[in-house]
Design a binder for this molecule. Structure first.
Ligand code: FE2
Length: 182
C-alpha cells in the first residue's frame, strides 16, 4: 500500500574523496562540542560531536557538493527530481560510547548520510523507524547494509538514530539536507 523511497550508492574514487572530506572535517573545531560543556539533562541528550547549525557549512558546502557531484547527479536522476538544492551540511564524530538519539530532519525533502570513517565489523549503521507500525502495533525498523564510502538518501521526516559506538575506532559521517522547494 505504501513504500518509502531510499537510495544508496557506493561512492566512486572513494579513497580520493575520503581524503577531501577528511580534510574539510579536520578544519572544524569540535572542541566547543566537548561533553563537559554540554547540558546532558536538557531535552537534547546527544553526546556526539557535531557542527550542525554552527554556521561552518557556509565555508565548505561548495567543496562538499563538488566532491559528491556524481552521486548527487545520480540521486537526482534516480529520485526523478526536477529541482533540488543542498541545504544544511554538517559532520558528526562518534567516539566510544557516543550516540545520536531518535530524531528527524523535518519535512524539507531528503536527507543524506555519507559514511566517511566506518568499520562495518565494529560500527553500526543508521537505524530508521517506519512512520507506521506493523498490524500488531510493533515498531518497524530498517537497518541499511552500509559500508565506508557509501552514501544514502532518505526522506527527511523519517525518524532515525545511531546506537552508542562500542569501538575504540572513531565513526565519522557527513550529513546534509536536500531541499526540494525553491
Ligand atoms: Fe539525522
Amino acid at each position: 500500500m505504501f513504500s518509502i523511497p531510499f537510495y544508496q550508492y557506493e561512492i566512486k574514487n572513494w579513497q580520493e574523496k575520503k581524503q577531501k572530506l577528511l580534510e574539510i572535517c579536520s578544519t572544524i573545531d569540535f572542541k566547543n562540542q566537548d561533553i563537559g560543556n554540554r547540558k546532558l539533562n536538557s531535552y537534547n541528550a546527544d553526546n556526539l560531536y557535531t557542527d550542525y547549525r554552527s554556521g561552518n557549512h557556509n565555508l565548505y558546502r561548495d567543496d562538499v557538493i563538488s566532491t559528491l557531484k556524481d552521486e548527487l547527479h545520480n540521486f537526482k536522476k534516480d529520485a526523478k527530481l526536477d529541482f533540488m538544492r543542498v541545504g544544511e551540511v554538517w559532520f558528526q564524530q562518534y567516539y566510544k560510547t557516543q550516540f545520536h538519539q531518535p530524531h528527524n530532519h523535518g519535512n524539507c525533502g531528503y536527507s543524506s548520510v555519507t559514511y566517511i570513517k566506518f568499520n562495518k565489523d565494529k560500527h553500526v549503521p543508521t537505524i530508521f523507524i517506519a512512520p507506521f507500525t506493523d498490524p500488531r502495533g510493533d515498531i518497524i525498523n530498517f537497518v541499511p547494509k552500509v559500508d565506508e564510502g557509501h552514501i544514502i538518501f532518505f526522506p527527511s521526516m523519517i525518524t532515525h538514530y545511531v546506537q552508542p559506538n562500542k569501538s575504540n575506532d572513531i565513526r565519522i559521517i557527513l550529513s546534509f539536507n536536500v531541499n526540494l522547494c525553491n
